[in-house]
Design a protein around this ligand. Structure first.
Ligand SMILES: Cc1cc2nc3c(=O)[nH]c(=O)nc-3n(C[C@H](O)[C@H](O)[C@H](O)COP(=O)(O)OP(=O)(O)OC[C@H]3O[C@@H](n4cnc5c(N)ncnc54)[C@H](O)[C@@H]3O)c2cc1C
Length: 520
């Protein structure tokens, strides 16, 4: 197609878009809905507002992960009639399969203090989070989640029966030991606690129910969200939102087209750690009715995923938990290639720069209770995920890497740890780190996979979704990975769980306070 023709076509698309918006501006229930884009096409289409609502709820929540469940708990607790709509056959999204890590400078047991792991504060957590995202995160939004992290952790312990392991980690990019782990060692520990609170307060979860459109009549800042279209199998119905709609539909790491549209370096060949439902369409529906989005090009790679599948299973969390206790990363030549205390983006890039897939995390027996449990490691060995050997030379043999070089790397690192200085990569050492002098020794293969989308819907401190004119869209809230502006260009590991839960709680609390429109 000639350049001129392409421009003409673009112009036509723009006119069609504007026409769609103008039509939308006249619409009311039973008329035409605002629709700036139809998924899958650049052309605007006219979508008819439903003639009648099939059902009505005070607060409708899209997505049953941390953010949706926390929102449901608060909204239902405030007396609202709440439903969570979840497109998958099981609840929990990425949250239920997550690594069970939660950053909080404190907890009601004061574990960090009890375990003598040094100092921390909410101010330091905030500083690390802003720095870890290269100052692209909005300080006000970061402060809110950091300050809410500890009360929300205690809330889940007290009201949801959440249990924590007696261990606190210092993970990449953090300057203190603040990463807590639930006993299950997987996000289910948190989702079950949240679900218990939410359902105990009367919230309902409806599975196999995809939200396929958001109903709003026009992009006037005063125009509220009215409802959503839902699709169950082949059946489409319309749900009225009497108080507010909360979008908690997660990120878009599994949508190869979308992630590449925003960041061409995230090529389709990358695996993803995410569940299959993280496809981002709800973000698009919100944009189509006027929501603003930001920082969509910031997409995180998890450096320690299973190299062939991208899976982030229980063993794949050990390399993340290990840096604060002395874990070492090596390439296929048995050499270190990065400061293990570094952020995920730095480690991922360094792994790819080795030019040799995969890389390995090396640890010893004494580190296991600091990172997980003996049972988990045994299960990981049985699955072929962890490799175990009595000596470093034997471990090297099993991995097919030069034994002398791996031995030299570990011996040198042990010496650096004792001297408190790493002239090679500038690793920061602490008193609780364990030198790898005694076996058995363990290794796990690791490689980057697409993990987290830092960008998303623009929200304010009350979790209201902001429109393209900078105004909150009436009756629309969002929380969790569907939002942007919190984690900057690189989320620090363990920060997603608290930020989703803190903003979910804010969204639920605020949504329940909205006045009812019509009959609920
Ligand atoms: C394997 C893995 C491990 C992780 N480990 C950690 C960790 O240890 N600590 C940490 O802080 N972070 C971790 N993260 C990141 C963190 O878990 C996620 O960012 C977080 O779970 C997102 O929560 P959420 O509620 O925003 O979304 P999700 O938990 O993904 O929930 C969103 C839900 O919305 C549903 N949905 C989407 N579209 C629709 C639609 N159209 N209609 C209806 N429903 C829809 C999805 O199916 C999904 O169930 C991990 C992520 C992964 C993938």
């Amino acid at each position: 197609m000639s350049e001129k023709k392409a421009e003409e076509q673009k112009g036509m698309s723009r006119r069609a878009l504007l026409k769609g918006a103008a039509l939308g501006a006249m619409a009311a229930v039973g008329g035409v809905a605002l629709n700036l884009a139809k998924p899958g096409t650049a052309e605007a289409v006219v979508r008819k507002m439903p003639q009648k609502w099939d059902e009505a709820w005070d607060v409708v929540i899209v997505g049953s992960g941390f953010a949706g469940l926390a929102a449901a708990a608060e909204a239902a607790g405030a007396g609202a009639k709440v439903v969570i709509l979840e497109k998958m056959p099981t609840y929990g999204g990425n949250s239920i399969i997550n690594g069970g890590e939660y950053n909080s400078w404190d907890d009601e047991f004061h574990l960090r203090e009890k375990l003598k792991l040094g100092d921390d504060s909410s101010e330091l957590h905030e500083k690390d989070s802003l720095k870890g995202g290269d100052y692209f995160g909005f300080p006000e939004l970061v402060r809110i989640f950091v300050n809410g992290a500890t009360p929300s952790l205690n809330w889940m312990i007290d009201q949801g029966g959440l249990k924590l392991r007696e261990v606190v980690n210092r993970t990449g990019g953090h300057s203190a030991y603040r990463t807590h782990t639930c006993v299950e060692g997987v996000g289910r520990g948190f989702t079950e606690a949240l679900k218990k609170i939410a359902e105990g307060r009367g919230a309902k979860i409806r599975l196999n129910t995809a939200v396929t459109w958001i109903w709003r009549t026009d992009a006037d800042p005063k125009s509220p969200i009215l409802g959503v279209e839902i699709t169950t199998g082949k059946r489409t119905r319309n749900v009225k939102v009497s108080k507010a709609l909360i979008l908690a539909a997660g990120g878009f790491s599994q949508n190869k087209e979308m992630r590449q549209a925003f960041n061409p370096s995230i090529v389709p060949e990358f695996n993803s750690t995410n569940h299959p439902g993280s496809t981002g369409e709800v973000l698009r529906y919100a944009q189509a009715v006027g929501a603003d989005a930001l920082q969509l090009c910031f997409i995180q790679l998890y450096p320690y995923a299973e190299p062939e599948t991208g899976m982030l299973d229980a063993p794949a969390v050990y390399p993340f938990r290990g840096p604060g206790f002395g874990i070492v990363y090596v390439n296929k030549l048995g050499k270190r290639f990065v400061n293990e205390m570094e952020r995920r983006d730095v480690v991922s890039r360094a792994e790819m720069a080795t030019g040799m897939k995969p890389t390995y995390s090396i640890f010893n027996e004494a580190m296991i209770p600091k990172m997980g449990t003996k049972e988990e490691v045994e299960q990981g060995i049985a699955k072929g995920r962890f490799v175990k050997a009595d000596t470093i030379a034997e471990l090297a043999g099993k991995l097919g890497i030069p034994a002398n070089d791996l031995q030299e790397t570990i011996t040198t690192h042990n010496r650096y740890m004792k001297e408190g200085k790493d002239p090679d990569f500038g690793r920061q050492f602490t008193k609780v780190m364990i030198p790898m002098e005694e076996g058995p020794f363990y290794a796990i293969a690791q490689w980057p996979a697409v993990h987290f989308t830092m960008g998303g819907l623009r929200i304010n401190k009350d979790a209201q979704v902001i429109d393209i004119w900078g105004k909150p869209i009436p009756r629309l809230y969002a929380a969790g990975e569907v939002t942007g502006g919190i984690h900057g260009d690189n989320r620090l590991g363990g920060n997603a769980t608290p930020s989703c839960i803190v903003y979910g709680r804010i969204a639920g609390t605020k949504a329940a306070k909205e006045k009812v429109v019509g009959k609920a």
